[in-house]
Design a protein around this ligand. Structure first.
Ligand SMILES: [Zn+2]
Length: 116
């Protein structure tokens, strides 16, 4: 899978879990998508958030959020700074570009040489 998610930030919330009503379990996770291929590595600007409870091990979907959770979520969402999107070429790609450039120069050199 070239597309992967990495965790940028984890926040513990002090809201009650809608499933087990624990006040210590809720955790909000911010994830950002990155693409890792043979040619390049790229951080995208796609952000995903997940909430789960560490006490009852339940994912808490937005349908289950209470007003308090929504408010806290909005707050953290605004405070969240994602990583800057970027793309880095891998060494393999640079070598490939190098080979192509050398081939172009060689073919230009050869055609000049043949015309003389
Ligand atoms: Zn819970």
């Amino acid at each position: 899978m070239p597309e992967q998610l990495f965790t940028v930030k984890e926040v513990s919330l002090i809201n009650n879990c809608p499933e087990c009503f624990s006040k210590e379990g809720l955790q909000l996770t911010f994830k950002q998508k990155f693409i890792d291929t043979r040619f390049y590595k790229s951080i995208t600007k796609d952000i995903y958030t997940e909430m789960h409870c560490t006490i009852c091990e339940t994912p808490i979907y937005p349908q289950r959020w209470t007003e308090d959770i929504e408010r806290v979520y909005e707050y953290h969402n605004k405070a969240f700074t994602p990583k800057n999107p970027s793309t880095k070429l891998k060494q393999f790609t640079w070598i490939l570009i190098g080979v192509i450039v050398v081939a172009i120069i060689a073919s230009i050199g050869l055609s000049v040489y043949l015309k003389v």
